[in-house]
Unconditional design. Sequence first.
Length: 202
Amino acid sequence: MLFILFEGCSLAPYSGGVCGRPCGAEALAGAAARELEAKHGGVLCDDALSARIEAAMRCVYARNPKLAGDYTVAVLDDGEVNAFSLPPGRIYVTRGLCARVHDDAQWRAIICHEIAHLEARDHYAPPCANDAEALAREIKADCRAATYLHNAQLTAHTICDVVELIRDVQPHGWADQRIQAVAARTPSAHRPKARLASAPGG
């Protein structure tokens, strides 16, 4: 989920990448996608897993008619825990992240986070100047994702569950700040309890 400088726009901290490099959607969808796929082990062929993730995406997209894009999801054969997105609507999740996801609700939250980056056109924004700006961008995507889930009559606090799930691959303190931000901005009927317990990497 997020931050610092990202490859595409990603779920967990990543150094280097195309996010923030102003270029056309067609170029990003082509050359950048091929570069990203090659760097992360290529696309993993797992029909059952792909169908499960795509079903989660369709559920969110169908119930949020104002979303502009047509999205596709692919699994990268990489043990790193992360997710990425590239315009105009490419979403990638890694094999490492797949191993941590427990249920379809978490998949929907992950997809919503990446859609939030795409809808906000974060890929065309200037690179984040520091960690604080990167964290703010991720929090914004988290809150937008919670709104998408709420609109779809799904449990918005699942965003917090996913942030907790990847606590160890985020900079220290980020997980708690993200969870607190979502809790503060989520509609009261779905407001989660912030998780404040310390953990490695959190």
